[in-house]
Every structure is written in C-alpha cells, then in structure tokens.
Design a protein around this ligand. Sequence first.
Ligand SMILES: NC(=O)c1ccc[n+]([C@@H]2O[C@H](COP(=O)([O-])OP(=O)(O)OC[C@H]3O[C@@H](n4cnc5c(N)ncnc54)[C@H](O)[C@@H]3O)[C@@H](O)[C@H]2O)c1
Length: 335
Amino acid sequence: MKLKYKNTEVVICSSELKGSIETLFEHPKAVYLVDENVYDLYPDLYSQVVERIIKVKASESSKSLRNVEAIIETLIEKELDRSAFLVGVGGGVVCDLTGFVASIYKRGVKFALVPTTLLAQVDASIGGKNGVNAAHAKNMIGTIIQPEFIWINIRFLLSLSDQEFNSGLAEVVKHACIKSKAYFKFLEENIHSIKKRSLTQLEFIICQSVAIKSNVVESDEIESGPRKVLNFGHTYGHAIEVSTGIPHGYAVSLGMVLANEIGHAMFDLNEAVGTRVQRLLEAIELPVAIDHFNKEELIAAIYADKKRNGNVIDFVILKDIGSAQIQKIDLCALK
Ligand SMILES: NC(=O)c1ccc[n+]([C@@H]2O[C@H](COP(=O)([O-])OP(=O)(O)OC[C@H]3O[C@@H](n4cnc5c(N)ncnc54)[C@H](O)[C@@H]3O)[C@@H](O)[C@H]2O)c1
C-alpha cells in the first residue's frame, strides 16, 4: 500500500528482506544511520553500502546533542554537501536522530526513514517530529520536518522482542481509542493473531494506524490544535517513562489507564470505556496497574513536560471509544 501526506510518500509492504537497501533510494550520496542491532540482524541489506553506514548505538542515550555533533563531524569528514541524503534505519531512536540531524546539517538536507520497530512504523517515523533529549528531559530539543519517503516493511517486526512488539501495540491501541471504534473492535477480536504476528493482520493494523496518524498530521502539522489528541496517555506516560525507565509503550499503557480514570472522575467518561481499554491492554500483556504510582511524584515530572503552559496542561480525555477531546486541566486538580 502507498499513501502520501504533506509531501511524504509512505510505502507499506511485506516483501522479503533481501537485496541491497540502496536500490530503494538510488541516491549516490545517501548516508545510512543504522541501529547497530538492525545492522547485525540484516547484514545483507547493507553489504553494498558499508562505507556509507554510520552505526547508531541502540539506546535512548544516543538521542543526545553530543551524539548529534559526532554524527555531523562524520558527515563533514565524508565531505557531504547540501545535496546529501540521510536514511535512518531503526527504531524510534534512529528515526528521531536522523530527522534532527537532517534538519540542521548545512541548514537542512533531505532524508528518508526505514522504521524497523512497530512503535517506529506506526508512530515515530510518521509526522515529522524529531529530536534529542536534554540532560533531564526527554525530546526537549528538536524540530518538525517531514521525510521525503518512509519505507515500512512489516517483515522487520518478525525479529522484534515481545517487549518491543507489545510496546508498539500500545500506540496502536491509542490510535483506535482516539479515532476509530471499528478499529478498536478489530483489535479486540483479533488480538491473538496479531500477537502471533500474522503478516496479514500486521499489515492491516499498520495501514490503519499510519492512515490515522498521517491524517491528523496533515490537518495540524505543528500541533497547534487537533494533533494534540495523539498525546492521549502521554502526559502521565512521559512522566512514568522518565521516572521508571520502562519502555515508551509500557508507560503509555499506564498513561492511558490513568487518563481514563481522570476522564471518569472529572469528565463523566463512562466507566465501561475504561474497562474495555484496560482489557485490551491486558490481553496484549501491557502493564495496567497504576495503584503503586505516587501521583505527587508523577505530577512533579509533568511539570517538566514541554507541553505545559504554567500550571495548565492540555490533557486528552476519551469521550467514548474512537473519540477524544482536549481538556485544559490545572495540574493542582490532578493531585
Ligand atoms: N518522533 C515521534 O513522533 C516519536 C513518537 C513516539 C516515540 N518516539 C521516540 O521513539 C523512541 C522509542 O522508539 P523504539 O521503541 O522504536 O525504541 P528503539 O529505537 O530504542 O528500539 C528498541 C530496540 O529494538 C531494537 N530493534 C529495532 N528494530 C529491530 C528489529 N527489526 N528487530 C529486532 N530488534 C530491533 C533496537 O536495536 C532497540 O534495542 C523514543 O526515543 C521515543 O521518544 C518518537
């Protein structure tokens, strides 16, 4: 399947992972930023372009200004001018890093993404947000710039660990929660074959999620309004991720449960909606137990959120499955 948003072409496929990655881009000056684990898992893909590979350590610590500078030094050594083309191959870490480096190297060069985790395929590669972390705050430094091309090959997902796969499914559940009752029902009815990584089911959910996210981005690239709904589960999610170090999707799962609790307590969200979302997250084997989190500590972490405006935060609440709204909430009301 092919789709286009802004000026970005997205290809979703499940073709065999063989041949050189170079044939996808046909750009003589393409330089590939490749997650080190993905490099080791799929060496044949890069055998023709070894001298144009920059390996990226598979860790959140790679998203730092120091690493950005090191990559830029390498690009300068390779004498790459403004016609250079960067290709990021890996999970969300590599996608975020590649987009950011491409947006600032020589005041901006073109780039493409080959997301290889489920989280990156349905979320991090789509929408143009990129960035690196400040010392104590995630994603504080970044830009919004769309890639030329995103190549999503579902076969990469077959080598993912269960933890990384489940983490990506949290974002899939989020997309259904905020935009589509039918998609949510599909997930409920097919979660067992999705967990077994049926290529047909995976292709369906990736197409659905990419379509939902790219439609939202098309309507509000810079997150001045409607794009904020994509933050469902992320206000508490980011706070939990930073304070516990658990994978992004695991934290978002807990963040969605907490958001539904607030929706129920403050905005008349039907309790049955929260129960349904929680059951689906449990079926995926994502964490849902929120009782042992210290709310005061989480709110302290939310104070560091870049989306905060004084004491007020735009908080995403479900109205129903498939429908979300943005509510301004005073952080004091969450205590
Ligand atoms: N820009 C955005 O819109 C956006 C959205 C969501 C998340 N993010 C960012 O994405 C990052 C998380 O992304 P992630 O969960 O993909 O993490 P990640 O990039 O760290 O990858 C997770 C692990 O999976 C491994 N891996 C990657 N592809 C693999 C494959 N095909 N087979 C086996 N192992 C593979 C990696 O080596 C790594 O160990 C965070 O930094 C988060 O802030 C960005």
